[in-house]
Design a protein. Structure first.
Length: 255
């Protein structure tokens, strides 16, 4: 009798462990959350929509949550779109029982997109004349990014966010028909702060680089820290930002 109980117990434990493994790594295919995903996207802009492929329900043991995940979607506003690698939404049912926000994180990871396509999409999302002028100075290049969005427990319309990504082989037209060429950099945006790392580009046939540039919004102004280095010495980044007429309204507060 004891032998059978042990076999049953180990069998049940084995089934539970296999189920957890399957749900963590593969998930269950479902279409019951398609409307939830699209509705959350529309909270940022009612014109936005997602072209969804298969949606899976998974366990996220690290964050102790249930995760809705879809691969290779496209996000549209009008005719403009961005190719995404995946979208995942973490659900916390304990919060739901406490009348708090069911969603505790939205993660959006993009594929490598043409930076011109991305700026066209951003202009459609929220037109801003200075940014429109700055975007049109971009000649070529690509960008990929990952955004983590954390909705407020009290108000679905408010959220905090972090965005990390990379700009690749980009050319920027600036004043007097000058160009900044072959721009490569990593960026990290968190609320009101922008951090650029591993920056490489050439200007007037001079190659420049910087390990780190930090830009933070202070009321109506921006505080910039860091420097560029070349074989001709150090260059103050404020002069380059002024020269290229770069607008930093991307750091405006999101509500």
């Amino acid at each position: 009798m004891r032998k059978y109980l042990l076999i049953i117990s180990f069998s049940v434990i084995g089934i539970i462990l296999l189920s957890i493994y399957y749900l963590t790594n593969y998930g269950i295919k479902t279409n019951k959350f398609n409307d939830l995903i699209n509705n959350k996207i529309k909270e940022f802009d009612p014109r936005a929509s997602l072209s969804l492929n298969d949606v899976y329900l998974k366990l996220n043991l690290k964050e102790k949550s249930i995760q809705i995940e879809t691969a290779d979607p496209k996000i549209y506003i009008g005719k403009n779109f961005i190719d995404l690698l995946d979208v995942s939404i973490n659900l916390n049912f304990l919060n739901y029982l406490k009348n708090l926000n069911l969603i505790n994180k939205i993660k959006i990871t993009s594929k490598e997109n043409s930076i011109r396509d991305v700026t066209a999409f951003l202009n459609t999302y929220k037109f801003n004349l200075p940014l429109f002028i700055a975007y049109n100075q971009i000649e070529k290049g690509s960008i990929k990014a990952m955004a983590n969005i954390y909705p407020s427990d009290e108000d679905d319309q408010k959220f905090k966010y972090t965005i990390i990504g990379k700009i690749i082989d980009t050319n920027l037209n600036i004043l007097n028909n000058d160009k900044i060429k072959n721009i490569d950099l990593n960026f990290h945006i968190k609320d009101q702060n922008l951090e650029l790392k591993n920056i490489y580009f050439s200007y007037n046939n001079v190659k420049l680089k910087s390990k780190k540039i930090s830009i933070s919004k202070k009321k109506e102004n921006f505080e910039i820290n860091g420097n560029f280095k070349s074989n001709k010495g150090f260059i103050n980044p404020k002069s380059l930002l002024k020269l290229s007429n770069i607008n930093l309204d991307i750091l405006e507060e999101k509500e």
